[in-house]
Design a protein around this ligand. Structure first.
Ligand code: T3D
Length: 264
């Protein structure tokens, strides 16, 4: 089952990463973490990769940590923290920092760290049958992988608290209505819509999009003055890219711009 816990497909201008342990709803093992890290590093190192699509194999997106790895043969549970430091936290940081858009296509249940890893992606699309479950409280844990940070910011403190404290599943359409995710699609349409979005990003002004990601992330910590200063600096940087020149020229010439996503 674990021979290829992560599948990578190269498309024109983007890559598709599929979490691939369907019998366990794509729950994370160490091998899966290591394979995912390799896949993300390789995508980042590929100048032709201008977007990433993350989805799950089978009927689920990801059920978080594989709990089989958290019970020894003698019935003992481990002291946690190490896997967050080694795997989950670097994964969330990497998803936020990748210099191109990351689209999650949540094809089914996303639970525990699986839910919060989806929320760490730039744009979250979900199948109408999918749900988001902060399963941690049900086993005596605390939402991790950024859950305690993303939830209150995306849906406000009241909803964040209730979801985290009860572990109640949030159906995809309600998640969309609450602003937790971008859009839901009929199950059979989800993956096609996710590919459409990544195809769009594959010919977008990638360096500008990377600056947008950084600016929005920085805004959580900045006051308005600091954010205005940051926008000035990022706008200066964006204006030095060939894609900005191309965007302006194409607009004035009333044609579709051809963006390279490159510095020169
Ligand atoms: O280092 C650290 O450990 C800290 C990091 C923590 C990160 C975390 O993610 S902690 C939270 C771990 N995840 C969970 O607690 C979720 C557990 N799963 C569920 O609550 C349910 O499976 C779901 C709500 C996700 C889906 O329910 P349902 O009814 O659709 O499916 P199911 O029948 O429960 O699951 C299908 C199979 O997947 C089943 O196996 P079986 O009986 O067919 O052989 C089930 O045991 C397996 N599975 C689902 N989730 C996990 C899992 N196996 C191992 N680990 C899982 N997390």
């Amino acid at each position: 089952m674990d021979e290829t816990p992560i599948l990578v497909e190269r498309k024109a201008g983007y890559r598709v990463v599929t979490l691939n342990r369907p019998q366990r709803l794509n729950a994370f093992t160490e091998a899966m973490h290591q394979a995912l890290k390799r896949a993300l590093d390789e995508a980042e190192g590929d100048p032709d990769c201008r977007a990433l699509l993350i989805t799950g194999a089978g009927r689920g997106f990801c059920a978080g940590q594989d709990l089989n790895d958290r019970l020894s043969k003698t019935g003992e549970t481990p002291v946690l923290g190490g896997a967050l430091e080694t795997y989950y936290n670097p994964l969330v940081r990497k998803l936020r920092a990748l210099p191109f858009p990351v689209v999650a296509a949540v094809n089914g249940v996303a639970a525990g760290a699986g839910a919060n890893i989806a929320l760490a992606c730039d744009i979250v699309l979900a199948a109408t049958s999918a749900s988001f479950v902060q399963a941690f409280a049900k086993i005596g844990l605390v939402p991790d992988s950024g859950g305690t940070w993303f939830l209150p910011r995306l849906i406000g403190p009241a909803r964040a608290r209730a979801l985290a404290l009860t572990g109640e599943p949030l159906p995809a359409e309600k998640a969309e209505a609450w602003g937790l995710i971008w859009k839901t699609f009929a199950d059979l349409e989800l993956i096609g819509e996710a590919h459409k979005l990544c195809t769009h990003f594959a010919s977008a002004p990638t360096l500008g999009l990377a600056l947008i990601k950084r600016a929005l992330d920085a805004s959580w910590e900045n006051d308005l003055d600091a954010q205005l200063d940051l926008e000035r600096e990022f706008q200066r940087e964006a204006s030095l890219t060939p894609d900005y020149a191309e965007g302006v020229r194409a607009f004035l010439e009333k044609r579709t711009p051809v963006f390279t996503g490159r510095k020169g």
